[in-house]
Structures are given as structure tokens and as C-alpha cells.
Design a protein around this ligand. Structure first.
Ligand SMILES: C[S@@+](CC[C@H](N)C(=O)[O-])C[C@H]1O[C@@H](n2cnc3c(N)ncnc32)[C@H](O)[C@@H]1O
Length: 225
């Protein structure tokens, strides 16, 4: 049997980890630091309480537990490969549950975005495409572009490796080793930017330093004619 594309795709992964109470570890730990960094990125980028925000691959709401209190009630939506993980985050991490209806948490294995409104204005996929091959980034971005016509931007993170070291394991600035053919995946920056352009976005790399050496990209929809 071939290897799963990421640890998240291993059969039984979520059941086992959730049974052990490890909803924070599943998303990589570093709970406070990573949640705060994501919040700071969004505030610096001008996210306002009336915006409609989609957290793609939101996990156990490491960002959501901070963002839900900032946004107007029910202006936050979350998708993830695991609905159980989203619900555990909601139960354990969301202080004021009156601000978010549980039907805003949506299990979604392949960027289908079922039951999401097309009024989403801003989105983030933090540490999600770092676990996926380039074809999944292409598919995910194309789906985002098609589903959300009111989108101002989507931010996402990837790992990149220099072109001349792409074919081998690569040590990222804060130590994590990424790979060209298995998770955590690295890509060539040029391929990531071309993929975003082909999906109908203008991509920009942002200078923010992120945990584990991820690269932050803001993709703004290009005007279609
Ligand atoms: C490293 S965690 C990051 C979670 C969250 N974005 C955060 O920063 O706290 C990666 C998340 O991506 C989710 N995931 C992996 N593959 C996915 C896919 N194809 N579609 C949606 N979510 C996915 C996992 O379940 C996990 O919650």
C-alpha cells in the first residue's frame, strides 16, 4: 500500500489522537504563539469585525478561539478534513459559544466548500498546504477562486526549497526537514506562484517570519474579463 499523502490521511489518525485528548498536538502544538501570529497577520492585513472569514483546514480552532471574539457573531467559518477535530476545538477552546453557531464548522476533505456562503470576504489556510502536494494547492486555490466571488484575499502558507536543493530533504530555517515527495512537502517558489496565477490570483510573498520556517503568501483574485 502506498504511503498516505500526510499523517492526517492515515486511517484512524484523528480517532486515536482525540481519544488521547491531543487536539492541540494534532495541529502542531505551539498553541499560543501560532494563534497569536495568525491573529497579528490578519489584523495587520486590515481584517475588520464585519468581514466574513473562512479558516480553511482550521483544525481545533487555534486561530478560531481568538478570531471568533473579534469578529461579529457568526462571521467566522471553518473547514477541515476532520469534523471531529473542529468540534473538539469548539467544545474545549471556544470561550463564548453564543458567538458561533456549530453549523459554521464544516467537514471538508477536498476543498469542496459545501454549505458555505459565497459572501466570504477573507480566508486563511495556515499550515495546511505544507502537508499537501502541489496538485492539491492547485485544486484548492481553483476551488477557492470559483466558490467565493466576494473574496478580497486568501492567505496561505507553504514550505519552499531553493531550486538547486529541491530534489532532496531540505532543512527549513527553524529546523523542520521538508521533502519533495512526502509530508511535510516543500515546493519551488516559482511553481507555487505559477500555480496561484493559474488559479486566478495575484500572489505576493509576505516577509512575516513564521513558525517552522513556513512562507506566507497573500493571493488576491485577478479581475476576470
Ligand atoms: C498543522 S494543522 C493547522 C491547523 C490550523 N490551520 C492552525 O493553524 O491551527 C493542519 C490542518 O489541516 C487539516 N487538513 C489536512 N489536509 C486537509 C485537506 N485536504 N482539507 C482540509 N483540511 C486538511 C488537518 O486536519 C489539520 O487540522
Amino acid at each position: 500500500m502506498s504511503d498516505p499523502i500526510s499523517p492526517y490521511h492515515k486511517p484512524g489518525f484523528y480517532d486515536e489522537a482525540l481519544a488521547k485528548g491531543r487536539h492541540r498536538d494534532i495541529v502542531g502544538g505551539r498553541w499560543e504563539e501560532t494563534g497569536l501570529i495568525q491573529m497579528q497577520i490578519l489584523l495587520n492585513a486590515g481584517l475588520e469585525p464585519h468581514h466574513q472569514f473562512l479558516d480553511i483546514g482550521a483544525g481545533s480552532l487555534r486561530l478560531g478561539c481568538r478570531l471568533v471574539p473579534y469578529l461579529l457573531p457568526n462571521h467566522y467559518w471553518a473547514t477541515d478534513l476532520s469534523g471531529a477535530l473542529l468540534r473538539r476545538g469548539y467544545e474545549m477552546e471556544l470561550a463564548d459559544k453564543t458567538r458561533l453557531s456549530p453549523d459554521h464548522l464544516i467537514e471538508d476533505a477536498n476543498f469542496a466548500f459545501p454549505a458555505l456562503p459565497d459572501t466570504i470576504t477573507h480566508a486563511m489556510a495556515f499550515a495546511v498546504f505544507t502537508h499537501l502536494p502541489l496538485a492539491h494547492l492547485a485544486h484548492g486555490l481553483a476551488r477557492i477562486r470559483a466558490a467565493f466571488r466576494a473574496l478580497d484575499w486568501v492567505m496561505f502558507t507553504v514550505f519552499v526549497a531553493p531550486d538547486d536543493q529541491f530534489d532532496q530533504p531540505f532543512r527549513q530555517p527553524d529546523g523542520v526537514v521538508t521533502h519533495p515527495g512526502r509530508a511535510p512537502w516543500h515546493h519551488r517558489l516559482g511553481d507555487v506562484l505559477r500555480t496561484a496565477q493559474a488559479a486566478g490570483f495575484h500572489p505576493e510573498t509576505l516577509p512575516t517570519e513564521l513558525p517552522r520556517g513556513q512562507l506566507l503568501i497573500r493571493a488576491t483574485p485577478t479581475i476576470s474579463g
